[in-house]
Write a protein that binds this ligand. Structure first.
Ligand SMILES: C[S@@+](CC[C@H](N)C(=O)[O-])C[C@H]1O[C@@H](n2cnc3c(N)ncnc32)[C@H](O)[C@@H]1O
Length: 355
């Protein structure tokens, strides 16, 4: 699977892997080790992210620590253990260069959105969800498999445990491997990643306002031509046509110089490309034009967190919390996959924890 993905993503030089229901992190760290041991020379200069999610916050805290007891290595060689882990006497801690390839987030497979760029769970190349769906009912699993399919790039892979009995009626092709059930998403368009942006449009951002004028956008939401163009930007980005989407952003910005949303999209789309330029600058411009733009602050926080700039990450996340505190908890942001104020708060708190 990995060689296939590396061949497929030669142009984007981007690899996104999601371990759904990762427990204390053995799976995502194993993938990081696998990539490092076998493919690091091919992945030099690539943007590789392994994301582990789980429902259980205690498991996630342990996963973030990256410590494992001897028993966890029962099927590994001693050499494997000492190559990739450091002993503290009681347990073995994953080495920093491997730890930095992996991030962890809280995510409930039954309730939270999939795909979701807010959770960095969109345009994925590989989803691993082993020994999790055994707990769910058949109808739930069928829905989940469809959601996983939506979250995968064309040609992306889905790995389930061998005991997961799934009826698949989608564009997922079954491959036979020992001990795992593996599906590959059929190519819809050749080699185009399926990137999903939050469904933000000017009218919805305008709808941020109650109960105060807190989140009122500072641009002309009535301009229907601009609205249509923004929809096109989103559709192009959804099909992975990042360059085309960015060139429309740039053309519109020549006229719509104060459109915070355009800067925001520019940042989000650039962030999908290796070394995409100006992500921070465009997000800053968005919050400068609209200080109450919750999602621009949120992404800025994520941007800093990924770069280990804890101070600025915390500052941005605190701003999001402050803005959210003025909104009703049940209120849903349709523009961001229906996430509610309460859920976004929880998400920000977990990001703060990781910052
Ligand atoms: C048996 S463990 C599997 C761990 C790992 N995938 C493996 O195979 O070693 C199941 C994991 O699924 C998680 N889980 C259960 N329900 C979940 C849900 N609704 N959303 C996300 N994770 C869930 C549990 O917290 C647990 O960590």
């Amino acid at each position: 699977m990995i060689p296939d993905l590396i061949a497929r993503n030669q142009i984007t030089k981007r690899l996104r892997i999601w371990c759904a229901g990762c427990s204390i992190g053995a799976e995502p760290y194993s993938i990081a080790i696998l990539l490092h041991e076998n493919f690091s020379y091919l992945l030099k200069g690539w943007d590789v992210r392994v994301i582990g999610t789980d429902l259980n916050r205690d498991f996630l805290s342990r996963a973030r620590e990256g410590k494992f007891v001897d028993w966890s290595f029962r099927s590994c060689t001693e050499e494997f253990k000492i190559t990739h882990f450091v002993s503290d006497g009681k347990s073995w801690k994953i080495k920093d260069h491997l730890k930095s390839m992996v991030s962890f987030q809280h995510h409930n497979l039954l309730r939270d959105p999939i795909p979701s760029v807010l959770h960095e769970l969109g345009a994925l190349d590989l989803i691993v969800c082993r020994n999790v769906m055994i707990y769910f009912e058949r109808a739930v699993n069928e829905r989940l498999v469809n959601q996983f399919e939506d979250a995968l790039n064309s040609g992306g892979w889905l790995v389930l445990g061998h005991s997961e009995q799934i009826q698949v009626q989608s564009n997922l092709k079954l491959h036979h491997f020992p001990k795992v059930t593996v599906f590959q998403k059929e190519e819809a368009l050749p080699a185009l990643p399926n990137f999903s942006l939050p469904r933000i449009d000017p009218s919805v951002v305008a709808d941020f306002s109650p109960p105060t004028s807190l989140l009122q956008p500072k641009f002309n939401a009535e301009n229907h031509a601009v609205k249509r163009e923004i929809q096109t930007i989103k559709e192009l980005a959804d099909r992975g046509q990042f360059e085309a989407a960015l060139s429309i952003c740039d053309r519109l910005l020549l006229v719509e110089k104060k459109n915070a949303l355009l800067y925001f999209y520019k940042a989000i789309i650039s962030d999908q490309q290796v070394g995409g330029p100006g992500v921070e600058q465009n997000l800053k411009q968005a919050v400068l034009l609209d200080q109450d733009f919750v999602f621009a602050h949120y992404y800025l926080g994520q941007f800093y967190r990924k770069r280990s700039d804890s101070y600025r990450a915390s500052r941005s996340f605190q701003t999001v919390l402050r803005l959210l505190s003025r909104l009703d908890g049940d209120r849903q942001f349709d523009e961001a996959d229906g996430i509610s104020v309460t859920e976004l708060k929880r998400l920000v708190l977990s990001q703060l924890e990781a910052a």
